[in-house]
Design a protein around this ligand. Structure first.
Ligand SMILES: [Zn+2]
Ligand SMILES: [Zn+2]
Length: 343
């Protein structure tokens, strides 16, 4: 009897205890499942900054405009006392990167200098416009890579002979992917025109065709230098500085270009060092005055208020543009001007 009573008493206790234990186990297991399923998910979910850490950082450069001021000496631009002849470029340099050791290391004349800039290769060419470069320009390479039409890349120049820059003789690149050209009075063989006409044409083309690439040539420092009139040469440098400023203001006041456009200001060659041969009047040899030229770059991707003393030269421009816009130059051994680019 006593045993039965004992069982009657103990059984409900065992059952209740078992139910409580099972419930406790269920709670513990459901808690631990919840815990382990959540934590790894949170850890594996990529965060925005680490996900984008390897993305290109120059994606906002969509347009590149090169302005070639024809033939001033570095001594008369960035090295002139107080930089008085290029006040606008001096002011713009606060927003950009200046290379203080930039050179034409090839033939220091107009067609060859421009060719080194556009193709990334130094070569000796007829300087009258009778010969096209041997290798394709960055404009041809860009057009081919991105299947872009001719009106998205332009050469706009005061000197008619610079129309030769649009083509080359390489068998695979001749007559294909050429940029548009608007040079001289009415094209190759028609003579030079005033820089103000070129400035207005450049603005017109930018507004009408919205090109991604443009090379502009202002002739006046070189033209006036050859005339032997030192005051006209000085005025030519001052005027072309004004044209550079107008072009940059046009870009920055245009919704299509503002903050998406890089502008490079450089020269095709300098002029003889003062005291060497006829000084500022001529150019074409390897004296320091002919070789040392300017390079200022403004826009997305370039450092601000920065002066580089790393030595670069004209053949480095094309690969730098290719790097900024994400394509490869098919020829050339120039280097990307990384010292001037934001990291
Ligand atoms: Zn020139
Ligand atoms: Zn010289």
């Amino acid at each position: 009897m006593k045993l039965i009573r004992y069982y009657n008493l103990i059984l409900p206790i065992v059952i209740v205890a078992s139910i409580l234990l099972i419930n406790a186990c269920n709670k513990e297991s459901s808690y631990s499942v919840e815990k382990t399923s959540n934590r790894p998910f949170k850890k594996l979910k990529p965060t925005e900054p680490s996900d984008n850490s390897n993305a290109p950082i120059f994606d906002s450069t969509e347009h590149v405009i090169i302005v070639v001021v024809d033939g001033p000496r570095y001594a008369d631009t960035w090295e002139s006392p107080g930089t008085t002849l290029i006040p606008y470029r001096k002011a713009l340099s606060k927003e950009g990167a200046l290379c203080a050791s930039f050179y034409n290391n090839g033939s220091t004349v107009t067609v060859a200098g421009h060719t080194a800039i556009t193709t990334g290769i130094y070569e000796i060419l007829n300087n009258t416009g009778a010969q096209t470069p041997s290798f394709p320009s960055y404009m041809q390479a860009w057009r081919k890579t991105f299947s872009q039409p001719a009106n998205k890349a332009w050469i706009v120049a005061s000197k008619d002979k610079l129309e030769v820059l649009k083509n080359c003789t390489d068998a695979k690149w001749k007559d294909v992917f050429n940029p548009n050209a608007n040079c001289g009075n009415e094209g190759l063989g028609t003579g030079y025109r005033d820089d103000i006409v070129t400035l207005n044409k450049a603005k017109e083309v930018l507004a009408l065709h919205t090109p991604n690439l443009m090379l502009v040539n202002f002739k006046q420092p070189d033209m006036a230098g050859h005339s032997g009139d030192s005051l006209a040469y000085v005025q030519g440098i001052i005027d072309s500085d004004n044209h550079v400023k107008q072009l940059w203001d046009f870009i920055q006041s245009n919704k299509h270009y503002k903050n998406k456009t890089s502008m490079i200001i450089t020269n095709d060659h300098g002029r003889h060092t003062s005291g060497h041969l006829d000084g500022f009047i001529s150019h074409g040899d390897d004296c320091a005055g002919c070789r040392h030229i300017e390079f200022l770059a403004l826009g997305p991707g370039f450092k601000k208020n920065y002066i580089s003393t790393t030595a670069y030269s004209q053949i480095d421009i094309a690969p730098t543009i290719a790097y900024l816009l994400g394509f490869k130059m098919p020829f050339g051994n120039g280097k990307v001007m990384k010292d001037l680019l934001e990291e």
